[in-house]
Write a protein that binds this ligand. Structure first.
Ligand SMILES: Nc1ncnc2c1ncn2[C@@H]1O[C@H](COP(=O)(O)OP(=O)(O)O)[C@@H](O)[C@H]1O
Ligand SMILES: [Mg+2]
Length: 254
């Protein structure tokens, strides 16, 4: 069974058709890249999956429909996402930001928390241990207690990525994680992406403009243009497809 599938997804805003009959499926542990020129509808696909936009069509996670679920419910089921623009708390430390990222997992009992019962203490210890594992995985050890707002942009992007991982999702949706990163930071990011794929068996849908990273890392590519699928398949074939090349011609986004 597909880990996540999107079938015949369409989305309109007033007279504007943003998505038109988009279908794709991701298998467990697979990394697919979602590409296309600016305005193609890539982020809107993520917004539909994560319950921010309500499209027409079928979206399923492990065979169960996600349509009509709130963003919180989608996250709780194990579908996390990173944002194009940080969702971090600048005044808080890296560790505390990652702890907030675990909220999707945390079952709260206010009275037990107020009394700080042993069960609450155990949960707290477990949350911290999980956060430390993520910190090791993406090599944030030396920034653990730094205020996020004081960190370089590239490190903040890694913290955003780590925060999405902190909820221990089974699917992660990454929206242009490499935007604004330099060559070295992109190489680090590529390493972390491979690590979560191979060590955590994460299923990944990745919106990306860096064609070299996609060619190197993606198992498959799905291409949107004006809200429609124009190509899908293996990276080599898709990146050399005349229809894909044509879609990028005359746009500054490639
Ligand atoms: N909430 C919205 N209201 C109106 N139009 C929207 C909204 N969200 C996205 N769009 C439009 O949908 C199109 C696709 O946007 P988006 O999904 O952000 O594209 P991409 O991520 O591929 O650059 C754009 O024309 C955008 O203006
Ligand atoms: Mg976008």
């Amino acid at each position: 069974m597909a880990e996540l599938s999107v079938e015949h997804l369409s989305l309109r805003f007033g007279g504007l058709t943003v998505l038109n009959d988009v279908s794709f499926a991701v298998q467990p542990g697979e990394l697919i890249a979602l590409i296309g020129p600016n305005g193609a509808g890539k982020t809107s696909v993520f917004n539909c999956i994560s319950g921010i936009y309500r499209g027409d069509g079928v979206i399923s996670f492990r065979g169960q429909s996600l349509i009509g679920r709130s963003p919180h419910e989608v996250a709780q089921r194990g579908v996390a996402r990173t944002f194009q623009h940080g969702e971090l708390f600048a005044e808080m430390s890296v560790v505390d930001n990652l702890l907030t990222g675990r909220h999707a997992r945390i079952a709260t009992n206010p009275i037990a928390e107020m009394l700080f019962l042993p069960s609450v203490r155990r949960a707290e210890v477990a949350h911290r241990a999980a956060v430390e594992r993520i910190i090791d995985l993406v090599e944030l050890e030396r920034y653990r207690h730094a205020r996020v707002g004081s960190l370089p942009f590239g490190v903040q992007k890694v913290v955003g990525f780590a925060r999405a991982l902190a909820s221990e999702p089974s699917v992660i949706l990454m929206d242009e994680p490499s935007a604004g990163l330099n060559r070295e930071e992109r190489e680090d990011l590529a390493r972390f992406i491979l690590r979560i794929k191979h060590e955590l068996n994460m299923t990944i849908i990745w919106i990306e403009h860096d064609m070299q990273m996609i060619a190197d890392l993606a198992d498959r590519i799905h291409v949107l243009d004006y809200g429609r699928t124009i190509a899908e398949g293996a990276p080599d074939a898709v990146l050399n497809d005349p229809a894909v090349l044509a879609a990028y011609v005359g746009t500054a986004s490639a």
